[in-house]
Design a protein around this ligand. Structure first.
Ligand SMILES: CC(C)[C@H](C(=O)O)[C@@H](O)C(=O)O
Ligand code: SF4
Length: 471
């Protein structure tokens, strides 16, 4: 461990309950939030006759399985077995549930920061791989599996092996029409989808410092998509301004004391990382993926690769498989490709700023004939705030479906799926084969490119006339 600690080191050290040797430590978990696919952990806890160790540090929200159809809001959602089990279990174990329709409900990675449950310098563990999202606040946050979930419920601690550290410096400024999603897609494409394996990543540099808070969530959210279990940003004035007044954030004198402490969390100037990477993003274009891995991405002006030019046989085979699955020809241009569906939502891009950016593009336009376009707010609070600003009306007037909060078409676990062979632009985070239903074809992108493409019916560069209103 370097004498001059990194952000990651500082938060890690604060939480070590026991050093287990060989790089392993038992860490205290400050906040634990369950989602509706974690329910069996309660069943196994009950089978052992154990209580929840710290119900006051444990929270829950049903997100994956809930209906996002505004017409069948309550009855269908309440009949959902996953959501019903979570409701019953949380009541039985004295855990606070943010239920469907209530303020506080939504996708677990949207609500925990929004409520101030995730805070700088804390540890957050959630039974979901995108828990790295919360690292954007300077939180040490990681996704856990079923066994760890039970352990956390019973002990409020979790065993972790200390990873290596990597700092990714993104040199800006970021050009117009380019956001957090484009930064992370470019990074994954450049470094590879497994370059973050066994690393805790810190995102730094002038582009990150200038990035609004919600774009930092987008950036950290996809850390796991290049293998990193943890992705963090040092908390700064942007972080504090975004967190101030949140329901579970400290208030008054406690807030002042907390901010003073949080300012000291940044990596020391002399801190050493196991790996340092610097990317220049000053000329970055909007990004979109073409294949079934997140490193199969392109700038909007580029063409999909031709496997013939790939010397590595394994890599060539995977390019060929993705081209076949995605129904694309080698060397084909991405811009101009027709799409059937557009999904603006998910824990990556469903916050108020995402919806504002998309609405600015859509305002006064129409969804192209034959395209089905959805906006699914990430939380009940986002839904209400967006409606108070009239964003729902902008989307509805353009022909979008304005849905209720949940994971929805990101994974389709609630039945919001694509048909076989249908092509979608999605602002979510995974483009794996079958992700949005059997035979579904998913292109991952940011909300501005997705909104522009919904209006043209083809994959569209938002810089071609769609940004004036958005600026
Ligand atoms: C269902 C859940 C465990 C899963 C995850 O861990 O990421 C899901 O959220 C996903 O995005 O695929
Ligand atoms: S929105 Fe998608 S990626 Fe995020 S937690 Fe839900 S299913 Fe997973």
């Amino acid at each position: 461990m370097s004498a001059e600690p990194t952000l990651f080191d500082k938060v890690w050290r604060r939480h070590v309950v026991a050093d287990l040797g060989e790089g392993f430590a038992l860490l205290h978990v400050d906040r634990h939030v369950l989602q509706d696919f974690n329910g069996s952990a309660f069943t196994r806890l009950a089978a052992r006759g154990l209580p929840v160790r710290n119900p006051e540090l444990t929270f829950a929200t049903p997100d994956h399985s809930v209906s996002t159809d505004p017409r069948d809001a309550d009855p269908a959602q309440r009949a959902n077995p996953h959501a019903v089990a979570l409701r019953n279990d949380t009541r039985r174990f004295g855990v606070k549930l943010f239920d469907v329709g209530q303020l506080g409900h939504g996708i677990v990675h949207v609500i925990a920061p929004e409520l101030g449950l995730a805070l700088p310098g804390l540890t957050v563990a959630i039974g979901d791989s995108h828990t790295c999202t919360h690292g954007a606040l300077g939180t040490l946050a990681w996704g856990v599996g079923q066994g760890e979930l039970l352990h956390i419920l019973a002990t409020q601690t979790c065993v972790q092996r200390k990873p290596r550290t990597m700092r990714v410096t993104l040199d800006g400024p970021v050009p117009p029409g380019v956001g957090g999603k484009d930064l992370i897609l470019h990074l994954i494409r450049t470094l590879g989808a497994d370059a973050g394996n066994d690393y805790a990543v810190e995102y730094a540099g002038s582009a990150v410092q200038a990035l609004p808070m919600e774009a930092r969530f987008t950036l950290c959210n996809m850390s796991v998509e290049w293998g990193a279990r943890y992705g963090m940003v040092a908390p700064d004035d942007t972080t504090f301004a975004w967190l101030a007044g949140r329901p579970y954030a400290p208030q008054g004198a406690l807030w002042d004391a907390a901010v003073a402490d949080w300012r000291g969390l940044a990596s020391e100037p002399g801190a050493r990382f196991d790996r340092e990477v610097t990317l220049d993003v000053r000329r970055l274009a909007p990004q979109v993926t073409w294949g079934n891995s997140l490193d199969m991405g392109l700038s909007i002006g580029e063409c999909v690769p031709d496997p013939q030019h790939e010397p590595d046989a394994a890599r060539r085979a995977s390019l060929e498989a993705s081209l076949r699955y995605m129904g694309l020809a080698p060397g084909q241009r991405m811009a101009g490709l027709p799409v059937d569906r557009v999904f603006i939502g998910s824990c990556t891009n469903s916050r108020l700023s995402d919806l504002r950016a998309a609405a600015a593009v859509v305002r006064g336009r129409r969804v192209a004939p034959g395209v089905q376009a959805w906006v699914v707010p990430g939380s009940e609070q986002v839904r209400r705030e967006a409606q108070a600003e009239g964003l729902d009306q902008v989307f509805i007037a353009a022909g979008f479906d304005w849905r209720t909060p949940g994971c929805s078409m990101c994974l389709g676990a609630n039945g919001d799926t694509l048909g076989r062979g249908e092509r979608a632009l999605s602002t979510a985070n995974r483009n794996f084969a079958g992700r949005q239903g059997p035979g579904s074809r998913t292109h991952i992108t940011g909300p501005v490119l997705a909104a522009a493409s919904a209006c043209t019916g083809v994959i569209t560069d938002p810089r071609d006339g769609f940004l004036e209103e958005a600026a």
